[in-house]
Design a protein around this ligand. Structure first.
Ligand SMILES: Cc1cc2nc3c(=O)[nH]c(=O)nc-3n(C[C@H](O)[C@H](O)[C@H](O)COP(=O)(O)OP(=O)(O)OC[C@H]3O[C@@H](n4cnc5c(N)ncnc54)[C@H](O)[C@@H]3O)c2cc1C
Length: 439
């Protein structure tokens, strides 16, 4: 069977595109450069690797990320299917065992006869296909970035993203920490380190004066606001961390024995709890400084770091300028983009964008006009961000502000109203398209 479609990148988005098209009988070549070549953040040979946190965010029914996950589940998402099968308990979030999660997706894709997997770095836009989907993510390889640059008048955008360290559970002194979740939502899923006022200020002081990894001269220091390194937060104000990732709220003081001034949370990395990541501690401190400063925290004095925090460039295109609402280029409509490279932000959002690129392309191949979901649905709200031409264009995850609230009554409860409209609008849209797709 001749492959008409090339999907480049088997990350969260590329896997969704390949899964949707493959299930619908479209033969395709899926190019993935791992294990031949790895980006600075990717380490696993499997597809759909989670490079930093192992959380796919909230499962609270009014949370925009939950609404998005629910819609993706109905659209047959392989990422959400794997997440629920390989879940580790983490309070109100959907956290996963990252290895099992990625392995499951890899095996499911390998089982599709329509998907031909090619382990190779793509250096140029392949010419011998009817359609190409670019899903190479925020860490697109340098050579391919250059070739994309030529396609888009070198008009690439970028910022820097940091990842948090992972600690070996056996190296944590459990007598100084306690198990529990904020507001008891989720039992004993997290490890928590309570800090006194003095311990907190010493920690903040150490962060402020710590040695950081220096960016190269041509790299401007520009971060995504939703994922700021902990030392950048510390610089913003002495109490910024106490009101942010280290907020002391939601715990029973009797259990701790004192009123904590701040609390550091560690989230399980795997079902067995052999490793923990420090929540919100993404950092670009040098390795030496990470060891020195994070070991100041009670219980982490002898911490063994399984992975250090680090910083990476995050590349995306100016989607409002270049893309049609169906995620293909205005000037070359046979080239589609999917995932974080479009300017959506986050694991779930990248995968969701992949599903939509797959749906749009499937309709194009079948030559059927496609309905674009409106911004009352979560998936439509997410895509609406890619049309937002207020400058400068910046990546965004899903949030309530993206939903269409034009006809919301003044006295309505915003969350409940959005949730009700979302369910209703998604059901209508899904009914329209499901006649033509196998989910
Ligand atoms: C350092 C970092 C930390 C992040 N942390 C989080 C987080 O904690 N939580 C969160 O929700 N989001 C996080 N994100 C944002 C985002 O959700 C992830 O980057 C997500 O994986 C993006 O999905 P994707 O499918 O677009 O790209 P990816 O998942 O990165 O997939 C792209 C794939 O393409 C392959 N590839 C690249 N170039 C080529 C080429 N030329 N030829 C062939 N294959 C190629 C790569 O090997 C990779 O497998 C982070 C991003 C970065 C960069």
């Amino acid at each position: 069977m001749k492959s008409r479609v090339a999907v480049i990148g088997a990350g969260l988005a590329g896997c969704e595109v390949a899964w949707l098209l493959g299930k619908n009988g479209i033969p395709l070549d899926l190019f993935e450069m791992k294990p031949v070549k790895y980006s600075p953040a990717h380490k696993s040979p499997y597809f759909a690797e989670l490079v930093c946190s192992n959380s796919l965010k909230s499962i609270n029914i009014y949370h925009p990320s939950f609404m998005l996950k629910e819609e993706m589940k109905i659209l047959g998402s392989i990422v959400i299917e794997s997440a629920y099968r390989n879940r580790v308990l983490a309070g109100e979030s959907l956290a996963v065992d990252r290895d099992k999660f990625s392995k499951y997706i890899t095996e499911r894709l390998r089982s599709l006869k329509t998907v031909n997997i090619i382990h190779q770095e793509v250096k140029d836009i392949p010419q011998n296909y009817d359609f190409v989907v670019i899903a190479t993510g925020p860490l697109t390889s340098e050579t391919f970035s250059e070739s994309l640059g030529k396609l888009l008048d070198n008009n690439f955008l970028y910022f820097y993203d940091a990842i948090a360290p992972i600690i070996d559970s056996d190296s944590i002194d459990k007598s100084k920490v306690f198990f529990g979740s904020r507001y008891d939502r989720g039992g004993d899923d997290f490890l928590n380190i309570p800090l006194t006022k003095e311990q907190y200020f010493n920690f903040v002081e150490a962060l402020k004066s710590a040695e950081k990894v220096v960016l190269r001269p041509f790299e401007r220091e520009q971060y995504y606001e939703g994922c700021l390194p902990i030392e950048v937060l510390a610089q913003r104000g002495e109490l910024t961390l106490a009101y942010g990732p280290m907020k002391p709220v939601g715990f029973d003081e009797k259990r701790i024995g004192f009123k904590p001034f701040a609390v550091v949370q560690l989230r399980k990395e795997d079902v067995e709890g052999t490793a923990y990541n420090i929540v919100g501690f993404q950092t670009k401190l040098t390795i030496k400084e990470q060891e020195r400063i994070f070991r100041m925290l009670p219980g982490l004095e002898k911490a063994v770091f399984l992975r250090y925090g680090s910083i990476h460039r995050n590349t995306f295109i100016d989607s409002p300028k270049y893309l049609l609402p169906t995620l293909n280029l205005k000037d070359m409509p046979n080239i589609y983009f999917a995932g974080q490279i479009t300017g959506v932000e986050g694991y779930v959002e990248s995968a969701g964008c992949g599903i939509m690129a797959g749906i749009f392309l499937l309709f194009k191949i079948k030559d059927i006009p496609v309905d674009i979901p409106d911004a009352k649905t979560a998936i439509g709200a997410l895509l609406s961000h890619l049309k937002n031409d207020t400058k400068p264009f910046q990546p965004s995850g899903i949030h309530l502000g993206l939903f269409d609230k034009k006809d919301m009554p003044k006295n309505a409860d915003k969350k409940i109203w959005i949730r009700n409209k979302e369910e209703e609008s998604f059901k209508n849209w899904h009914q329209q398209i499901s006649k033509f797709i196998i989910f």
